[in-house]
Design a protein around this ligand. Sequence first.
Ligand code: AMP
Length: 281
Amino acid sequence: MDTIATTERMKQLARAAARAGRRIGLVPTMGALHEGHLSLARRARAECDLVVLSIYVNSLQFGPSEDFRAYPRDPVRDGALARGAGVDALFVPDEGEIHLDGHRTRVEVEGLQDTLCGRSRPGHFRGVTTVVAKLLAIVRPAAAYFGEKDAQQLRILRRMARDLHDDCIIVGCPIVREADGLAMSSRNVYLTPDERRAAPVLHRALRAATEAARGGEASAARLTALVRETIAGEPLARIDYVEAVDDETLEPVREVRGKAVLAVAAWFGRARLIDNVVLGC
Ligand code: AMP
């Protein structure tokens, strides 16, 4: 496995791959790798000729009072895990490689970026889209792999690629969970033992709503109320939002008829966790 720290070398590798007709699969991450990230790398391995996994803790996507400094970083372990998952090249640019001196360009996906997590994290998705657009321009992948755990991010990036006429296929991969249902996340390390025991309530709540929807309940208000009530039974959880939204536009739905995303964000101590389920598919 190659470790590449500069944009220039990454571009060289991408050009060589293109000349050889090799399809690149890109897996953008912020490191502190876990099985969720590795599932994306394995999918890329199965579908592409050259797998690039990027590790870049993107300061633009953190708010001023968020955890940029505290965000877990473990480059040695990440390298070993990436190699084990079949990654060919680890792209580890520093900030100066991504943002050239005097850079002024930002990428935004209007509307989709302002709901759900965008409401409590203003500027977050603009930070994500700006950096992912640059990664796509540097690596030129045929496909880029993202987790369904970040449902809003995935839909925003699909829209961005489409709107920018970028032919890169944005692939969504299923949420990888711990045995008790908690969605894997680099931020789970922030949880105290008590909070860790409490956190699977998010998955339980979404499962209860999924069952209700399967049983014929279509009212978004009743489904979200069920999620709220289940989470309220866990005193260590503080809900940020629970919403049922259209699978593509992310606009709130009143009735779950077609595909809809039931999404939740909640605080457990200093960890803000998100989870979701797609209904009606
Ligand atoms: P992050 O390092 O948290 O920015 O995540 C990098 C990528 O991994 C994103 O596309 C996430 O959606 C994805 N990811 C994170 N956690 C999981 C998970 N539990 N299951 C599937 N994908 C995940």
